[in-house]
Design a binder for this molecule. Sequence first.
Ligand code: FMN
Length: 340
Amino acid sequence: MWSLSPLPVVGAPMAGVGTPELTAAVSAAGGLGIVPGGYLTAARCAADLARVRELTDRPFGANLFLPTPVDEARGAARLRSYAEALAPIAAAAGVDLPEPRWDGTDDFDAKLGVLLDQPPALVSFMFGVPPADAVRRLHAVGSRIMVTVTDAAEARAAVAAGADVLCLQGADAGGHRGTHRVEAEPNSAGWRELLASVLAVAPVPVVVAGGVMGSRDVAEALASGAAAVQCGTAFLLTDECAMPAAYRAGFTAPELTELVVTRAFSGRPARAIRNEFVARLDPLAVPVYPMVNQLTRPVRAAGAAAGNRELVSLWAGTGWRQARTGPAADVVAALVRHPD
Ligand SMILES: Cc1cc2nc3c(=O)[nH]c(=O)nc-3n(C[C@H](O)[C@H](O)[C@H](O)COP(=O)(O)O)c2cc1C
């Protein structure tokens, strides 16, 4: 059923904090590490793939964000109102707000070219369904394709587009929800509720993600028909993860106890620990991705540079309190240990 790695554990790509070392460590431990390609330049993506190949000869994957069409006429007014709300916070942090770019594609074509040049075993896509041409060319160089979905309708679309594997991401997941349409409100169902309906329309292996933190979760997922699990939050505190100090401080703070799904940081719904940024901006957030992400970047960067947990995105899945420190290989081993 699961043939991409010896163990049915996928290390989630984590844009901004994942490293080639983390990807390689998960693969070397018998799982499948995935290089986070989102937000990277094509040159950096190529360098990260090459670095993983230096560190391990095990198979691994790479992840890309699909560019999402934005209605500029409608989005511009919404974005202006958000920029006004953000302005005092930016001023207090000593940064200017940038002019958003409406023609950005996250360098999708160039990064696809990099993956075609040095094909990983698996290419996973977030935020939609890959174009037919990309699917055809990746298949031609031998890469399998995984598409993140959040319900049965998205699963059907992904299978029709040629996905070889689905990643069913439930609402417990940390970071961005991979809902295909930016403006769609994501459902609040976990993979346990969604899996049967997705298996019913998917004649391909289904990997489940969201709140998978221990071997009981893994055993339950496999017994329910999942081919493997994908974990992000479980790896955040590991030695190989490049979690900035401000993020780590917020993630481990006992007094920060509330998780929210918010569009405040990027314009897309994402699960994070509630801090001051969320408290002030979540009520005013607008569904304009990735322009809100561009707009908030200098504030987040200033927060990270100052070690200020209140200004950075504290992405976390519902199992965040169970995240453990140490080598990523130990987390992989703990996930597949026989549950007591
Ligand atoms: C910090 C962080 C960054 C993430 N970045 C990405 C990404 O770049 N691409 C992607 O497909 N998923 C990303 N995700 C979502 C994961 O793929 C996965 O769905 C999620 O981590 C599963 O839930 P869990 O965090 O409870 O394990 C990210 C998750 C986190 C926590």
